[in-house]
Each structure stands twice: as structure tokens, then as C-alpha cells.
Design a protein around this ligand. Structure first.
Ligand code: RIB
Ligand code: CA
Length: 329
């Protein structure tokens, strides 16, 4: 019997691992990507939108509605790290040329819809209701505003899987804060104290999931498609950053693992905790504070989300490779 595809909306800040996550979701028989919304984070929201349009068009998916969202966090200003994803968010794709000297990556012809990201989220929640999964791969600005604007519509959503947070491990943006939460802690606080059923896929698990650069090169040699070429090109600088920063021979599959958990939650082991976000700390802004005490059931607040604490990394990486480079494993 054919597998029933589940409707899935992806909210993304248009970076390199976001692009891999989007391609992964597009090539998963389990998910039907019914919309993509963009938010400022790894790059500015206009560039993030162009990146999503480019990836979808190149992958033959220039039919999925793409709606642009917020250009800045709810409070404060956006702090970007262009050294990880490149100024364009996709590893400085302008560097790659054909033999003729023209750019390998022309601007996409595919255009976004006129709808704001927040309204596409709300419309999708109303249309797909308890069948809808929302996967967030960047700061939670759009989702927070959707919760404020239409809480009743969002109440019906089946689940939200969010790449974000750091619970028993250090942060990556600061010693305690993970980037997606750090970039808009007020939005994360709104989402965590909303009616949404949240699963947080944080650094506790994503730092255990590394894709080796050699797999990408072998995948491109195996398939030789525009998609495999894009993956090889956009991950070059990204892998170089992590070699220098963390001395690893590849990079973390932060966002793809969030998609993986939306497909099959059994890739991770989760616990039900109360999580709140530090929004004022001079050194701890963006810190996701989970009450993991044994006595939390007596003295703590009721749990408000599930937190992924361990991952079956070998099984997930094989699953990811099978979807992006079929036949390579
Ligand atoms: O901390 C990792 C997260 O921040 C990922 O979503 C990555 O794309 C960046 O947005
Ligand atoms: Ca991201």
C-alpha cells in the first residue's frame, strides 16, 4: 500500500544545512512539502528567500509555495555569522563558473508568493489542521507571530519540530546559546509557551551527526546531477569552516536531523521537560533552560516540550544518504 505523505511546512533561514534539509524533505516519500517560509538568520531574509527559490527550482520543485517572512528578530538586531554559510548563505555560489566563464548559478526565475510567511503558516494550519507538521530550521520569528495572530488555528497543528537549543552541551553562538534561539530568544519564548506541540532538536543531538565531505564528493561522482553539483558547491566553505573551528572532516547535519525527526521520531530519544528561554542575561541571552531535575515533578513547572537527548547517528546518516544520493550506500 502506498505510504500516505504527511503535509509539512518548512520555515528556514536559507543556509547550507537548510538547503540540505529542504532537498532531504523534498526527496522523502514520507513528507509532502506544502510550503516553505523564510526568515532572517544565516543570511538576510531576501537572500534566504532567493536561496530557497534556487534550491527548489534546481530540484524541479518550482511549484511549492515560498513566502518571505521577517527581516529581523522581535527585539534587538540580527547577529549573523557570515563565515559559516557565506555572505549569500549558500557558500558563496557566485565563485563557481562554467568553462565559458559565466556563473554556474544564474538567479532563480521562480518567484515567491505575495503572502507573508506568517499568513502562509496560518493558512496552512487551517487547511491541513491535525495532519500538518511544521519544521523550523531558523529563528522562530515567523512562528511566534503566527501564534500571536491566530492561536486557535495553530492549536490544531499535529507537531512542530524545531532545530534549536542546547541543554546538556555548550552553545555554538555563545558558550550557552544555540544560534536559532540566540537570534530571536523572545520568539522562542513565545513559541515554547504557546499551544504548539514542540519537539526541540538541539545541539545535544545534532553535534553527534556529522556528514563527511568525502560522501558529498562520492555522491556527486555517483549521480552527476545539478542537485549533487549544488550540494558539492554550497558545502565547500561550510566544511572548511568546521575543519578549522572544530577540527572535523565534514559538517554537522543540524537542520536535516530536524527533518529526519519529523519523518521518524525514533531517530532520537526524547524527554518531556519544561523549557524556558533566558532573554535578559548579559552573558546568557538565548540559553534554553530545561528543568531536568529528578524533583521537577514535585517542585517544577509542567513540561511544555520534548527535548531530543540522544540520536542513532549511524542509522540517520545512512537514511539521509539514501534519500539524497540513492544507491550510494
Ligand atoms: O545552530 C545551528 C542552526 O543555526 C542551523 O539551523 C543553522 O542553519 C543555523 O541556522
Ligand atoms: Ca538553519
Amino acid at each position: 500500500m502506498a505510504m500516505q505523505k504527511r503535509p509539512c511546512l518548512i520555515d528556514t533561514d536559507g543556509g547550507v544545512d537548510d538547503a540540505l534539509a529542504l532537498l532531504f524533505a523534498q526527496h522523502s516519500p514520507e513528507l509532502d512539502v506544502i510550503g516553505v517560509t523564510t526568515v532572517a538568520g544565516n543570511t538576510d531574509v531576501h537572500q534566504a528567500t532567493e536561496n530557497v527559490l534556487r534550491v527548489l527550482e534546481l530540484d524541479g520543485a518550482a511549484h511549492v509555495p515560498v513566502a518571505m517572512g521577517y527581516a529581523a528578530p522581535l527585539e534587538g538586531h540580527l547577529e549573523r555569522v557570515t563565515s559559516i554559510h557565506g555572505v549569500d548563505g549558500l557558500g558563496e555560489l557566485h565563485r563557481f563558473k562554467h568553462e565559458t566563464g559565466e556563473s554556474r548559478y544564474a538567479p532563480p526565475t521562480y518567484k515567491p508568493v505575495d503572502t507573508h510567511a506568517v499568513d502562509l503558516i496560518i493558512e496552512s494550519a487551517k487547511k491541513y489542521s491535525e495532519n500538518l507538521s511544521i519544521v523550523t530550521l531558523g529563528p522562530l520569528t515567523n512562528l511566534a507571530e503566527a501564534c500571536r495572530k491566530a492561536p486557535e488555528a495553530l492549536r490544531k497543528v499535529d507537531r512542530v519540530v524545531t532545530m534549536g537549543g542546547a541543554f546538556a552541551v555548550p552553545g555554538n553562538m555563545t558558550p550557552v546559546a544555540e544560534f536559532n534561539i540566540f537570534a530571536d530568544p523572545e520568539a522562542a519564548q513565545i513559541v515554547l509557551h504557546s499551544v504548539l506541540p514542540i519537539t526541540l532538536v538541539g545541539l545535544d543531538v545534532t553535534l553527534d551527526v556529522i556528514l563527511e565531505r568525502g560522501i558529498i564528493e562520492a555522491g556527486h561522482a555517483h549521480i552527476r546531477s545539478a542537485k549533487s553539483q549544488l550540494i558539492a558547491d554550497c558545502t565547500e566553505l561550510y566544511a572548511n569552516f568546521y575543519k578549522e573551528a572544530d577540527d572535523i572532516h565534514g559538517f554537522y547535519l543540524h537542520d536535516p536531523l530536524a527533518v529526519g525527526v519529523a519523518i521518524d521520531p525514533s531517530f532520537v530519544k526524547m524527554s518531556h521537560y519544561h523549557v524556558t528561554v533566558e532573554c535578559r542575561g548579559q552573558y546568557t541571552r538565548g540559553f534554553t533552560v530545561a528543568d531536568r531535575r529528578k524533583r521537577r515533578r514535585v517542585f517544577g513547572q509542567p513540561p511544555n516540550c520534548h527535548v531530543a537527548e540522544s540520536v542513532d547517528e549511524d542509522r540517520f546518516v545512512r537514511f539521509f544518504i539514501d534519500h539524497l544520493w540513492p544507491g550510494l550506500n
